[in-house]
Design a protein around this ligand. Sequence first.
Ligand SMILES: [Zn+2]
Length: 327
Amino acid sequence: MSRTAWRSRILLPVCLMATVLASGVCGTETNEISIDQLRGHVYFLASDYLGGRVIGSRGYRIAAEYVSSQLAAAGLQPFPSGGEDLGGFLHPVPAPIPDDGSGAAADTCYNVVGFIPGADPDLGREYVLVCAHLDHIPPIDGQICNGADDNASGCAAVLEVARLVAKDPLERAVLFVFFTGEDYEADPRLGSRHFLDHGPVERGRIFVNVNIDMIGREDTYWPKPGGITVMDSESVCPELRDVCAGANEKGSRLPLHYDVSQGGASDSRSFADAGIPSLGLFCGAHADLHRPSDEVDRLSFPRIRQVAGLGLVLVRELASGETELCR
Ligand SMILES: [Zn+2]
């Protein structure tokens, strides 16, 4: 065998393997999600400059303004708040937040809401609501808790899905919501419960909720290590699992596990409690949860990209006129 033939015998399979790996054994060649976009969002949102995005704090407000600017740049529209309206993407949420010494005293906090109208005159009256919580917890022993996984990872994914959906609107309207107060110890899930109780959308017009929370780690231990756990509300809408499984087959092909705890402690629980079909994409809990050590250097950006890719395909399926749910 000539040296050249030997090289081609070795190199061809290696190159083919490299091509397969680069394009993704898991079918990520269909994944439009930009890892650079994800990195940019996560590095900013989880920087010390924002102080952990504590509800009521200046750092939270900066995070909310950042998300607003990204939604505007992607071409999303503001949505009326249903109450006091600031005319932009910020929706005020009244909340008496006492001063705990971290400078987070306030009487108002903010959800951030972006809107993509539906293309169909009838189905456009229904909303697919995609969300992630933007807030995190106060410092522990003076150390900032940047919440890179919880939940800069989910916010980055939702921003990236919003950017891509805005390029090609779907039949149903899509709302992208960044909730405040999910991690507010005194009143957990404050932002999502306020959203449901006080507008801006009639509950009956929310077709489905997709929540993304903590999707950046691979070293998780609960509820099921590896793959991704779909925190769903099977009692509200069993066929949502079929839609999720179908979307997964079309792209990310992640191992899916299901947990029927109605979204656990995250915002999808607020929607499930309101009888709205909902599911949460969640990679699981780990030792750095709610600790100063939940930092960017422990994240897997390929994992975030895979889950965001699933989220994108799922949102497109749910917002298309082809999909009907149990309502
Ligand atoms: Zn979270």
